[in-house]
Design a protein around this ligand. Structure first.
Ligand code: 1GP
Length: 233
């Protein structure tokens, strides 16, 4: 099951705190994307997460929860992605919350369904950067160094370069990718149409598309076609 993340090229990220009507949800789930990731930086609760999962389950698409709040861990997802923010200046976001979860729920954690993600958060204006007090001013070599530690030392299956809300510096992303041996590189942030999807996909293994689903569904759907049409790997 965990291996499925290795095959993903395109993922839609849905935020339980943002409304999406049935027609849009169907279009997203049946778009040909590889998976739906449920997660958000604020306002995520047990109830809105459970409700969104139930709606997504009408469709045959892998659905994973990116855990961001200990109170909003809902059973029934295919996998649970566990972020650690590598460039946070607060150890809570590196290992603190994870340890609290282990202490609280250790006996019932389905360890074989957890996939850790090493985040490198780079948009200073994003909620996630403010929340995690991320050091967002990293240079390419600095970001690549974090990624190398995540890959070779911590052996995280996923390194996630996160520009949430803005399109990132793809030179930096490419430098991060060159530094990786085994970790898969997820890129997310500001992908808003087929062209930006193609560009981001050329320098990463998996692209994550979020905001545009809510502001321009047609353009969001174009990002899937762009990836499927391209042979970039
Ligand atoms: C957010 O990386 C994802 O966690 C996607 O970013 O919302 O900017 O597409 P956008």
């Amino acid at each position: 099951m965990k291996q499925m993340v290795q095959t993903w090229r395109h993922v839609f990220k849905l935020d339980p705190d943002r409304p999406i009507d049935d027609q849009a949800l169907e279009a997203v789930c049946c778009s040909g994307t590889d998976a739906i990731m449920v997660g958000g930086s604020s306002g995520v609760t047990f109830d809105n997460t459970a409700e969104l999962l139930a709606r997504i389950r009408q469709f045959e698409i892998p659905c994973v929860l990116e855990v961001s709040d200990l109170e909003a861990i809902v059973p029934g997802f295919d996998l649970f992605l566990i972020p650690t923010v590598l460039n946070s200046s607060d150890p809570q976001w590196l290992i603190g919350y994870q340890a609290q979860a282990a202490e609280k729920y250790g006996h019932m954690i389905p360890w074989d369904m957890l996939v850790p993600e090493g985040y490198i958060v780079l948009n200073p204006d994003s909620t996630v950067a403010r929340l995690t007090r991320a050091r967002t001013s990293l240079t390419g070599p600095e970001a690549a160094a974090y990624a190398q530690i995540a890959d070779r030392m911590f052996q995280l299956p996923i390194v996630y370069v996160e520009y949430s809300g803005t399109f990132g510096d793809l030179e930096l992303v490419a430098e991060v990718r060159r530094s990786l041996e085994a970790s898969r590189l997820f890129y997310g942030g500001g992908i808003s149409d087929g062209e930006s999807a193609r560009q981001a996909a050329a320098v990463s293994d998996t692209i994550v598309v979020g905001n545009i689903i809510y502001s321009n569904l047609d353009q969001a759907l174009e990002t899937v076609a762009a990836i499927k049409d391209s042979n970039v790997r």
